[in-house]
Structures are given as structure tokens and as C-alpha cells.
Design a protein around this ligand. Structure first.
Ligand code: TIU
Length: 224
């Protein structure tokens, strides 16, 4: 049974289940004092998707779907952070500067950790990525190929930045992608809605969009 989705039902692969991809649910974006707040954003907006993603992760773990977590993270020496990225914006604190949760967007700092509610468990993959897209300068494609994964279910933040960039990268690499509508958030509600529309336009030019309830229902029926 396919998942009820836009622009039309999303067929699940019969043998290798899809991976649940959780993009950048790190304190840097979701909590006050991090990189997201330093850019002038209201980070409270992103909280809404946390319980939805927690539920999806629990279902994925129970049904044996691979769960892959990403973090936007740079090396402490900033050698993987182009100055064009670091100098972007008119902000007081930049990538690598010390904030209330440690150095902004730096691997290993308290603010770079995934929020407690969504913490990976042993055996789950956690990828530190220096770009907005999760395929750029990471082992993600090899990890998916090794496991014969062809379908990806996307959650995380922010919808129009790291989530959409990664979905587009995944498309060009041949993956079939679905975005969970209530499992993603943006600092800008209008950008979230526009992103969902642009993903599903033109017959699903980037992929499918479905609510978590429909995704869970489809997964239970296919793999439960
Ligand atoms: N600023 C913004 O909306 N997002 C990011 O910088 N990174 C991610 O989306 N993860």
C-alpha cells in the first residue's frame, strides 16, 4: 500500500525499506544562543517538528528502517568553512565564535549536539556536514549504496535551506524522496509552504510530501 501523499501516492520499495533522514536537529538551530539565533531568527518556531520527528524515529526503530542523522558542523580549525560562508550576514557572532552553547556550528561543541529528544542511539549513523546539502563532502552516498537504500524520507530543519538542498542533491544522485510536512520547519512559515509547493509541483519535480500520520500508516502496513 503506497503512502497517501502529494502529488500522488508514494510507493514504498518492497525489500529494502527507506531510510529516515533527520537533517540538522541540533541545538545550534533549535535553541536560543545558537547559530540560528545569531542570524536573527526566532528559533522557537522550529520546536513544532521535534515531537513529530521523535515519533517517526520511534516507528523507524521499531520497524527496522535505517535512521540517519546529520549535523551542520565545521572542524574546530574552520578549514572546511569557506570564508564566503563565515563572513556572510551582518551578525555579531559568526561560525566559530564563542556563544552561550560553545563555538557556533563547530563539531563537538555543546550547541552542535542533536537535541535530547532526538538523540541517535548506538548503531544509527550521524553525519557531520560542512555544507547545507548532506551529500556535499560527506560519506552519505556510499553509506546509502552499501545498504542498497533507494528511497529517502526527509525530516528536519530548515525546510528551504538544508532540507531542500539535500533533497535536490539526492534527486540528482537517483534517490526517490519524500518530505514529511509536519516533520520539518522553517524560521519563515511562508518559505516552508513555498518549499512544499515547489517540491510537489510539476508532477513531483523534487519529490513527494506527506503528513507524518500517513507516513506512519504506510510504513506500518508495508513493514509492520
Ligand atoms: N539558516 C537556515 O535557515 N538554515 C541553516 O543555516 N542550516 C540548515 O538549514 N540546517
Amino acid at each position: 500500500m503506497p503512502i497517501k501523499a502529494k502529488p500522488y501516492p508514494f510507493a514504498l520499495p518492497p525489500t529494502q525499506p527507506p531510510a529516515l533522514i533527520v537533517i540538522d536537529m541540533q541545538r545550534d538551530f533549535v535553541e536560543p544562543g545558537g547559530f540560528g539565533a545569531s542570524l536573527g531568527n526566532d528559533v522557537a518556531r522550529l520546536q513544532a517538528c521535534v515531537p513529530v520527528i521523535a515519533k517517526l524515529i520511534a516507528v523507524a526503530r521499531r520497524l527496522g528502517l535505517p535512521v540517519i542523522h546529520t549535523r551542520e558542523a565545521h572542524r574546530p580549525d574552520l578549514s572546511d568553512c569557506p570564508s564566503a560562508k563565515r563572513l556572510r550576514g551582518d551578525c555579531r557572532l559568526r561560525i566559530g565564535d564563542a556563544g552561550p552553547m560553545g563555538r557556533l556550528l563547530i563539531d563537538g561543541e555543546p550547541g552542535n549536539a542533536i537535541v535530547d529528544e532526538l538523540k541517535p542511539i548506538p548503531g544509527e549513523i550521524e553525519i557531520a556536514k560542512p555544507g547545507k546539502g548532506a551529500f556535499y563532502a560527506t560519506p552519505l552516498q556510499e553509506i546509502l549504496q552499501q545498504r542498497d537504500i533507494t528511497h529517502l524520507l526527509f525530516t528536519g530543519v530548515t525546510t528551504e535551506v538544508c532540507v531542500q538542498t539535500t533533497m535536490r542533491e539526492a534527486n540528482d544522485r537517483g534517490y526517490t524522496c519524500l518530505l514529511v510536512a509536519d516533520g520539518t520547519e522553517s524560521y519563515f512559515p511562508e518559505f516552508k509552504h513555498a518549499t512544499l509547493d515547489m517540491i510537489t509541483a510539476q508532477g513531483g519535480i523534487v519529490g513527494w510530501v506527506a503528513d507524518s500520520e500517513a507516513v506512519i500508516d504506510g510504513l506500518e502496513k508495508a513493514y509492520g
